[in-house]
Design a protein around this ligand. Structure first.
Ligand SMILES: [Fe+2]
Length: 154
């Protein structure tokens, strides 16, 4: 299925953002310290493992649409809407990063979802719907985790 270059560029922007997010999650996984070490070390791993699959599906979707997926770090950093994180060792800061990163990703995904509906690209549309639903659910979970952390302080 052939689409236009603007559409492919938006998908590449999403791919680039996921690649930066993936590395940010690996950094969180490696550097976590404190009380929630075991809990978050595993949670971060679960997230980046899932994202690794998403990245591959997204790149192959771009190829299916006869586009070319970006594949260099130089391009990823240029096109990602997320920045590389500085070192984060604190659990609450890590979860806050994930919540804000997922909100940014959701904005891009909802924009592409709309575009995909307009051009009747149902394959991309359903893929993005899954990503959106998944992130909305984990945002709820991470918010609940954060609220619980705040309660523990008092
Ligand atoms: Fe590990």
């Amino acid at each position: 299925m052939k689409t236009n270059q603007i559409y492919i560029n938006r998908l590449n922007q999403l791919l680039s953002t996921y690649q930066v997010h993936y590395q940010n999650l690996r950094s969180l996984h490696w550097n976590i310290q404190g009380q929630s070490f075991f809990e978050l070390h595993l949670k971060y791993e679960e997230l980046y493992n899932r994202i690794q699959i998403v990245i591959d599906e997204l790149a192959e979707r771009i190829l299916t649409l006869e586009g070319t997926p970006l594949s260099t770090f130089k391009d990823y950093l240029k096109h990602s809407i997320l920045d590389e994180n500085e070192l984060i060792i604190d659990g609450k800061m890590g979860i806050n990063y994930i919540l804000s990163a997922q909100k940014e990703l959701l904005i891009v995904e909802k924009e592409i979802l709309k575009l995909s509906a307009e051009i009747e690209d149902e394959g991309t549309n359903s893929f993005l719907s899954d990503l959106i639903r998944e992130k909305e659910k984990t945002n709820w979970m991470f918010s609940a985790w954060l609220a619980n952390q705040t309660e523990k302080v008092f």
